[in-house]
Design a protein around this ligand. Structure first.
Ligand code: ZN
Length: 506
């Protein structure tokens, strides 16, 4: 049996539920960043609560007045998404700004199932489905247009008064608008999803071609660029970590590592910085496309995603690689090394670039990213709710992924050493770092301007068979050095090549 309820009461009621169930992240941020102890602080807090109820009620009021039953179902949909959103915010300390929405929309099915947990279902049932039943059952009386207009004007006047009374706090709101907007349900993900797609439309312009390049000599040379995922340098023993996570690389001659920060904290932006010649905000031709267009053999193998458009001889994604693979390694990043030697032997070109886009250290299921024999550090965290593990269990699992990365890179170098007719180099750089519970943050994706160093400090490791090449001393590098260093190693001459950006002396 359903009860009749006036639209204005219904909107206020639903808005109140919205406040109680989903605005915890918003008020948590306010409490942590605003002094609430003073009279002004209390007034501000009360104003925020009233404004939050009024604004959302107003939105629901207009929505249902205009869309009727469709509006009701829309609110049900939003409440269920909010329940999931609050779960992720509470569990992983993320905020739902435009780039985080992009990360979520770019996550593939396999990766998203690794987030499934009992608590997520609990959130969905208590915060999503139960309130939905109440909304579904409500029989709303739609007001006449005169009443609708009157209620709207009164609400706007009330909101205006609230804004006026709190004028001293406008600056604070403006300063924190990004975070406040990203924690307000349901508008954080509604607005930021629109912002994400309009951003994509803008970015989908054609890549601007770079000026033609020429290959300077006929020396046979290969560069293998390995792009890491969520690897942070502080957990590599090469960078001084007190656990031996690089037992193999540390025993190979001519392996160098550099202090480097990523320019972003999420995959697509990190990749763009690694592949672009400079940071312009525009979409220039990226390294593999540029080299392929100018006569270099380019192969891209990936077990990851988030690549910009790649136009090369051979692009091999995870599905492709797995089709042609048998055995234990097929589920892990070693699959990227399979057939590599053969593909190099088959090439008819003097210059080859191979990009291996890995995913080994991607959370939250670090323990699933390496074969059992690499579980040197234990016990490991096996929950997807990282806060449920001790920090040590989490670090153990993560360190095992670094140990496995060490093995992959060392194996790759050994393979390259065997290909004697080519001069070869291996470059490893991560897309961004990772938080492992420091400051209660997990994973990555905090806007880079406020991101902790754990999410920015990345490994940049280089090996070359050509021992006569001299590395510049005492340099700090960025992801943009990759483009120029690869051009240098392959002897590619180009008007946009910058000698100062190569890690090697001339
Ligand atoms: Zn990434």
């Amino acid at each position: 049996m359903s009860k009749k309820i006036k639209l204005s009461y219904f909107a206020l009621f639903v808005s109140f539920i919205n406040l109680i169930l989903y605005q915890y992240p918003f008020f948590k941020f306010v409490f942590a960043n605003k002094n609430i102890g003073s009279f002004n602080g209390v007034l501000f807090l009360l104003s925020l609560i009233v404004a939050s109820i009024l604004l959302n009620a107003f939105a629901f009021y207009i929505g249902i007045y205009l869309m009727r039953v469709v509006g009701k179902y829309l609110i049900i949909l939003l409440f269920n998404i909010s329940a999931v959103a609050v779960y992720f915010i509470n569990t992983y300390g993320v905020i739902l700004d435009r780039t985080m929405i992009g990360n979520i929309l770019n996550t593939n099915y396999e990766e998203s199932t690794s987030f499934l947990s009992f608590n997520l279902f609990l959130y969905l049932i208590i915060l999503g489905i139960i309130p939905s039943i109440f909304i579904y059952k409500a029989d709303i009386i739609i007001p006449k247009i005169k009443i609708f207009a009157l209620n709207s004007v009164v609400t706007l006047l009330l909101l205006g008064t609230l804004a006026y009374v709190n004028s001293s706090n406008w600056l604070w709101i403006d300063k924190n608008s990004k975070t406040l907007g990203a924690t307000t349900m349901p508008w954080s993900y509604v607005v930021n999803t629109f912002r994400y797609y309009s951003h994509i439309n803008k970015k989908n312009e054609k890549q601007i071609l770079l000026p033609n390049a020429t290959i300077k000599d006929s020396t046979k040379s290969i560069v293998v660029l390995v792009i890491g995922e969520s690897a942070r340098s502080s957990n590599f023993s090469l960078y001084g970590y007190d656990r031996n996570t690089n037992p193999l690389l540390s025993n190979i001659d001519n392996v160098n590592h550099f202090k480097t920060q990523s320019c972003a904290t999420y995959t697509t932006a990190g990749l763009k910085c690694i592949l672009e010649h400079e940071n312009t905000g525009k979409l220039y031709e990226i390294l593999p496309n540029y080299l392929y267009r100018n006569g270099v053999d380019v192969i891209w193998k990936t077990t990851n995603w988030g690549e910009p458009t790649i136009k090369v001889k051979s692009f091999q994604n995870k599905d492709f690689l797995r089709q042609n693979c048998e055995g234990e390694i097929c589920g892990y990043d070693e699959i990227l090394l399979k057939d590599l030697q053969q593909e190099i032997e088959n090439s008819e070109k003097n210059k080859i670039l191979i990009v291996l886009h890995t995913n080994t250290s991607h959370g939250p299921t670090y323990y699933k990213k390496y074969p059992k024999q690499f579980e040197k550090f234990s016990p490991v965290c096996k929950s997807v709710e990282l806060a449920n593990c001790t920090q040590q269990e989490l670090i153990n699992a993560y360190d095992n992924t670094i140990l496995y990365t060490d093995y992959i890179l060392a194996t790759l170098i050994e393979q390259l050493k065997k290909i004697e007719k080519y001069e070869s180099s291996m470059i490893y750089i991560s897309d961004h770092g990772e938080s492992l519970g420091e400051n209660n943050l997990y994973m990555h994706g905090i806007p880079s301007s406020i991101a902790p160093t754990e999410q920015l400090d990345i490994p940049f490791i280089v090996w070359s068979s050509n021992t006569s090449k001299i590395i510049k001393e005492d340099q700090e590098y960025s992801q943009h050095n990759i483009f120029h260093t690869v051009l240098d190693l392959l002897s590619v001459e180009s008007p946009i090549y910058e000698e100062s950006m190569s890690i090697y002396e001339k």
